[in-house]
Design a protein around this ligand. Sequence first.
Ligand SMILES: [Zn+2]
Length: 88
Amino acid sequence: MLIKCPECGKENISNQAVACPKCGYPLKAATIEATGKRYKGRQVMGALAIVVGFILIVTDHFAIGVVLLILGLFDIIMGYVGAWWHHG
Ligand SMILES: [Zn+2]
């Protein structure tokens, strides 16, 4: 796949390239950082789902609360596994 350098705008750089051949911008690091943010976002969403799930359970909406708790836990676990997997 070919990408565009986010720093100098040079096009048709391989996404396997470690850095931009024109300006030397570190492309691999940028990719890892973006991946990390994506999984962080997923963990935040999971934490929110757990909080909302608890609120629903204590306000007598047990079934939907449990579903949210499970989904939240799943998101957090997937966030950890995904971040670990992508960082190697
Ligand atoms: Zn560049």
